[in-house]
Structure formats: C-alpha cells, structure tokens
Design a protein around this ligand. Structure first.
Ligand SMILES: NC(=O)c1ccc[n+]([C@@H]2O[C@H](COP(=O)([O-])OP(=O)(O)OC[C@H]3O[C@@H](n4cnc5c(N)ncnc54)[C@H](OP(=O)(O)O)[C@@H]3O)[C@@H](O)[C@H]2O)c1
Length: 226
C-alpha cells in the first residue's frame, strides 16, 4: 500500500500550518515542529491527528532529533516541506546588525540543509522536497538583507539538490508563495491591510496542486501549476 507521510518544518502558524492542515485533510500523515512550546501546544489542541514537537531547525542536534522523532512515528518520508524561516530586519547592509544576519542565515539556510540531510536516508524514489522560497530570492530588493540572501541560497540549494537527486527519482521544488496573509508578512509590511492579501490556505492549495502535477524539478511561483 502506498503511504503518504510528510515532514513540514515551522507548521505552527502561517503557511506551514495551512500546509499541515491541507495534507491531513487529504489523508497524509504529517509531522511538524516549531521553536515555541505554546505554539505547538495550540496546534496539537487544534489538530489532534498531527505529530508535532518543539524543535529549532537551526540547531544541528535539534534538527536531527526532529527527523528521528518523525521517523519513529511515521516510519518513512514521502514529502519534505522546508517551510520554517525568519525575516530578520529590513534595513540597509550598512546598518544590518551582525547577530540578526547570522541568525537569519542559521534558520533559513542551515536549517534547510540540516533537515534535508537528515531526511534523505528515509526518502525513496518518487519522494518530493519542497523548499519555501520568495520573490526576494529571485530579484535583488534593497533592504531585504539576510532574508534575500538566504532565499537566493534556498533557490541555489534547490537546484543543487535537484541535480544530485535526479538519479534517485526524487523531485525538488523551490516554491515562491508570493505575498500571503501571515505574521511574517505583517512584520515586513506593518502599514499594509492584511485583508488585501491571499490567506495561507490558498498557498497550501497551490502547493498541493504542484505535488499532484509532478512537474520537473525546478523553481515555481504561486499558481504556476493550475
Ligand atoms: N508570508 C509571505 O508573504 C511569504 C512570502 C514569500 C515567502 N514566504 C516564505 O514562506 C514560509 C512561511 O512563511 P510565513 O509567512 O508562514 O511565516 P510565519 O508566519 O512567520 O511562520 C513561520 C513558522 O516557522 C516557525 N519557525 C521559525 N523559525 C523556526 C526554527 N528555527 N525552527 C523551527 N520552526 C521555526 C514559526 O514558529 P515558532 O515561532 O514557534 O518557531 C512558525 O510556525 C517562509 O519560508 C517564508 O520565507 C512567505
């Protein structure tokens, strides 16, 4: 019997949470994490049938423990969604605080690398990796600092990984959700009316369509695959 088992990082709110809910609704087994205990407790209260724990993917040992936690519960992985990410601050390079720069790259780049590396031994032919990217990772935009650099990195990492995994029959997508009504977006654009933005549930639908259409590995934008 074909199993559908997914790991989604940063599933306690926003796009990650919507993806977790969509996958569960489609009959997938899902394991997720985030850094804050209260966020995970809230998620577990809301969705009784998800596997979820408190793990920070930017810390190597925690990323490893998270993947072990998931594999103990699900036994294997057909889908990895590297969603967890932080925004940092929106200031010029000259003003960018070094500790924030380092933290953003730790979460958005090292976290993606660690979780992917630890998941790959459990992923077989036909499995998929989706890395949440951003428009900021495709066009240089002033004042997006470490976040933009990290998302250029996610695009590059996705291309590298897709080349390496071709022979194994594992697809790799960089997926740009575009402007979405989440806490991160509100942090980036505090003056914006959130009601003018699409909800995360729409992104989860588009990501799910991408999975079902199985286009070749590569970089995709919201709604590219209808
Ligand atoms: N929203 C947009 O408009 C937009 C546009 C383009 C791209 N994206 C991308 O889409 C993805 C989701 O964004 P979002 O807007 O949904 O963000 P969000 O609302 O800030 O949610 C981020 C999630 O990641 C978790 N998280 C953060 N750091 C973590 C870490 N080190 N380890 C584990 N979990 C961590 C957070 O929970 P805790 O705080 O509990 O850790 C939260 O559940 C990100 O990759 C983002 O870059 C978003």
């Amino acid at each position: 019997m074909e199993r559908n088992r997914a790991i989604v990082t940063g599933g306690s709110r926003g796009i990650g949470r919507a993806v977790v809910k969509k996958l569960l609704a489609e009959g997938w087994e899902v394991c997720t994490c985030s850094r804050k205990q209260e966020n995970i407790e809230k998620l577990l209260e809301e969705l009784g049938n998800v596997h979820a724990g408190v793990f920070d993917v930017s810390r190597r040992e925690e990323a490893k423990s998270f993947v072990e936690f998931c594999v103990e519960r699900m036994g294997g992985i057909e889908l990895l969604v590297n969603n967890a990410s932080i925004l940092g601050v929106r200031v010029s390079v000259e003003e960018y605080p070094e500790d924030v720069w380092e933290e953003v790259l730790r979460v958005n780049i090292n976290g993606v690398f660690y979780v992917t590396k630890y998941c790959l031994p459990y992923m077989k032919r036909g499995a998929t990796v989706v890395n949440l990217s951003s428009g900021a990772g495709k066009r240089p935009a002033p004042y997006w600092g470490a976040y933009a650099v990290s998302k250029f990195g996610v695009e590059g990492f996705s291309l590298l990984l897709s080349e390496e995994l071709k022979q194994k029959g594992i697809r790799v997508y960089a997926f740009n959700p575009g402007a979405t009504r989440t806490q991160m977006r509100a942090g980036a654009y505090p003056q914006e009316n959130p009601n003018t933005l699409k909800p995360p549930e729409e992104v989860a639908e588009a990501l799910y369509r991408l999975l079902n259409h199985k286009p070749p590995s590569g970089s995709y934008d919201y709604e590219v695959v209808k």
